[in-house]
Design a protein around this ligand. Sequence first.
Ligand code: FAD
Ligand code: NAD
Length: 480
Amino acid sequence: MSDKYDVIVIGAGPAGYVAAIRAAQLGLKTACIEKWTNAEGQGVNGGTCLNVGCIPSKALLDSSHKYHETKTDLAPHGIKVADVGIDVKAMIDRKGNIVKQLTDGIAGLFKINGVTSLFGTGKILVGRQVEYTDHDGNKQVLTTENVIIATGSQPINIPVAQVNGNTIIDSTGALELTEIPKRLGVIGAGVIGLELGSVWNRLGSQVVLLEAMDDFLAILDQKIAKDAKKIFAKQGLDIRLSCRVTGSEVEGDEVVVTYQNSDGKDEQETFDKLIVCVGRSPFTEGLLAPDCGVNLDERGFIFVNDQCATNAPGVWAVGDVVRGPMLAHKGSEEGVMVAERIAGQKTQMNYDIIPNVIYTHPEIAAVGKTEEQLKQAGESYNVGVFPFIASGRALAANETDGMVKMIADADTDRILGCHIIGPSAADLVQQIAIAMEFGATAEDIGMTVFSHPTLSEAVHEAALAVNGHAIHIPNRKKRT
Ligand code: FAD
Ligand code: NAD
């Protein structure tokens, strides 16, 4: 361990562990330091994504969806079910087992690829040195040619609703509830609020989401966001926009939240649990020695260029701790890019084509530009929309909510964006992400043969609709 490394990665989330594996694959002597410990106090890899993020939330989304579907959605198929119940402990235990399987898997991948896995805390010192403190407090200074910072992010706290781990919880707490809260409050109707709000709503909680912004899901194409709001309201999610939370009072087992509604009137709502999910901030606590030369930007992210190099020679940073969307796959691709650049390759990831998914039911998925962004940039474009109600496969599955919206450049026909709300949207949008990487036009997708009957046909028809050639819906504009 005292030898010099080519690469030391700090943080073993999806950005860090992928960077470490790729660096080792390229023949670089690599170590990865991770400070996360599990409930038993043992070091674990995987970061937010595997331990308290993407994977456990999807495990609960899938379990709660199966329960809800069995209970309420099977009658149209002629299926009769009685006595459907939910064992919350079994559901939470299943989630825990999946997390364990995957985090153990990373330990295995490190071994196979020859990454030295160090559990403890890393701190960047001046001159390509890293101070490593293990969980017993033993310190050691390691030397390396390159450091990759991948220390991730943490939930943002707000003074008006301080997380106490009991009545007021963050996303991590919302993944560990042992009982279904009767009344669940959520501050922030963003990605986490909608995903975790959906989990508990499906299991029977009355869910109220208090959102400060006037627009719902402002980052999405607004046609999709409007449809989503209607669908979620039908599901029972009570989404209240333009609401400013002004305080919260814990009273016994309840929490009373006060907020100003969209008319500026003071309102109160009492909940059994309150989830605070108002965004995440970059995590750099204790990471940088004062003279190490790594700069932060004005929002506290590590400052990097397009290739993820910091301003300190040999120090790189990837994932949630740097600018850009806080998505696991964005961090992983940055990790690959940096490892390959350290190995002398010229890899440049494409920041314009990063798909984004909200795993509600139906799913919402997007890649590329929204119509609002293109309008604001003064670009000329054509739009094709295909609703799932017109898809034979969606009807067969009784999954007809939503649509595919495709946007292409008016002059070149190159696809600029694709926005989907509907069944399997996450997987459907990936087809267009690949097409965009190859510079495809809407006509290219239109000329591709799609299997019948599939949900993918909705993507095909939306592409055809861009140029007025859709077959299974009336075309808004007739083109030849
Ligand atoms: P992290 O995963 O946060 O990992 C950073 C690691 O660095 C941590 O393990 C931390 O312990 C370690 N660390 C920090 N400082 C030090 C130090 N000084 N020394 C040693 N180790 C250190 N994204 C998606 O793309 N899809 C999803 O479906 C999705 N769902 C999510 C659901 C929830 C509830 C949450 C909270 C997030 C979700 N995300 C999702 C976001 C995703 O989890 C993050 O974008 C991703 O984990 C960021 O990866 P990262 O490697 O940059 O950081
Ligand atoms: P978010 O940015 O998606 O949503 C936060 C919401 O809270 C926003 O709508 C914001 O307007 C609102 N808000 C902020 N302050 C508020 C206040 N004081 N009162 C009321 N509302 C307030 O953030 P998140 O849901 O916390 O998720 C954090 C990050 O994790 C996201 O950036 C996301 O990229 C990532 N994530 C991704 C996925 C996924 O890819 N499926 C899932 C979960 C989380």
